[in-house]
Design a protein around this ligand. Structure first.
Ligand SMILES: Cc1cc2nc3c(=O)[nH]c(=O)nc-3n(C[C@H](O)[C@H](O)[C@H](O)COP(=O)(O)O)c2cc1C
Length: 268
């Protein structure tokens, strides 16, 4: 979608005044609709399968416009995500979407926890230390992220500050906490992962970007308190989402993938 470069930059140049925010949003909507039309049309003409086109164009987004997703669109997206498959159709997800004041209250609580030096205490086991090739790939993705915003490898403080952005939801207008009954453990985690990716693909179809975040499962207590969740409900991970700020350097982060031969084996 990036190729069709009618972006918010153009809109900001044409309509620089902040008084014109309403009109900017209107024009942004029209530009988005135009870009989606061109994107669909180009892919249909090329005979591509739509999901493949989305997968090739997608990437995690960590800076968003101050523009909420319309309620009708939200309802439609989450309605479609309900079609996600799950083991024995148990549908273990309970999805909590936070916006507005609730999101701001949570952000304040998270920052309070971080400032107090509280240690992460996730409901589920995120403690595994990556090793070998997994550690290399972990470093690769971190380096891609930090170099996109000009943070040097040795600048620990700047890296920490970039990490804190997770708990500020990257200034997204909405965030999700993927929750499930704690007893489900790995059985539920598989289903929640599939659900989250289904959701992410549907969002992409609506021109909405996101970043999945293990970070949002690291301090479950304030989430449980503010969202009034029962003790037996665990918070597995989260996601911030909204319309991408295409001018933000952090959104230039790109990661690569392993060659097929090293990831997939066909047995005949
Ligand atoms: C389960 C899961 C948890 C993630 N947690 C975080 C996170 O806490 N913070 C973050 O910035 N990115 C997070 N990511 C995004 C990954 O870093 C990203 O998907 C990966 O580097 C590949 O890049 P891409 O999504 O741009 O293709 C997470 C992704 C997944 C699937």
């Amino acid at each position: 979608m990036d190729k069709h470069a009618l972006t918010t930059t153009h809109i900001n140049v044409l309509l620089p005044s902040t008084h014109l925010t309403k009109y900017k949003h209107y024009i942004y909507d029209k530009v988005l609709a135009y870009k989606q039309f061109i994107f669909h049309f180009t892919n249909l003409r090329a005979g591509n399968m739509y999901i493949e086109s989305i997968l090739k164009a997608r990437h995690s987004v960590r800076a968003f416009l101050d523009k909420p997703v319309p309620t009708q669109t939200l309802n439609s997206i989450f309605e479609s995500a309900q079609l996600s498959p799950s083991n024995c159709n148990v549908q273990p997800w309970h999805t909590c979407i936070v916006s507005g004041q609730t999101k701001d209250n949570l952000k304040a609580k998270f920052i309070e926890a971080l400032m107090s030096g509280a240690a992460p205490n996730p409901d589920f086991n995120w403690a595994a230390q990556y090793s070998g090739i997994h550690r290399e790939r972990q470093f690769g993705s971190a380096n891609a992220l930090y170099s996109s915003v000009g943070i040097a490898r040795e600048d620990k403080k700047a890296r920490q500050m970039a990490m804190v952005r997770n708990w500020q939801f990257f200034d997204a207008p909405h965030a999700i906490f993927f929750t499930m009954d704690k007893y489900l453990d790995i059985m539920g985690a598989v289903d929640l992962g599939i659900y989250a990716q289904t959701l992410s693909l549907i969002m992409a179809e609506h021109g909405i970007s996101n970043c999945m975040q293990g970070a949002l499962g690291q301090f479950p207590d304030p989430v449980r308190e503010i969202l009034n969740l029962p003790d037996d409900r665990g918070i597995l991970f989260g996601m911030s989402f909204g319309y991408a700020d295409e001018n933000a350097a952090v959104n230039n982060t790109r990661t690569d993938r392993e060659a097929l031969d090293n990831a997939v084996t066909f047995f005949n």
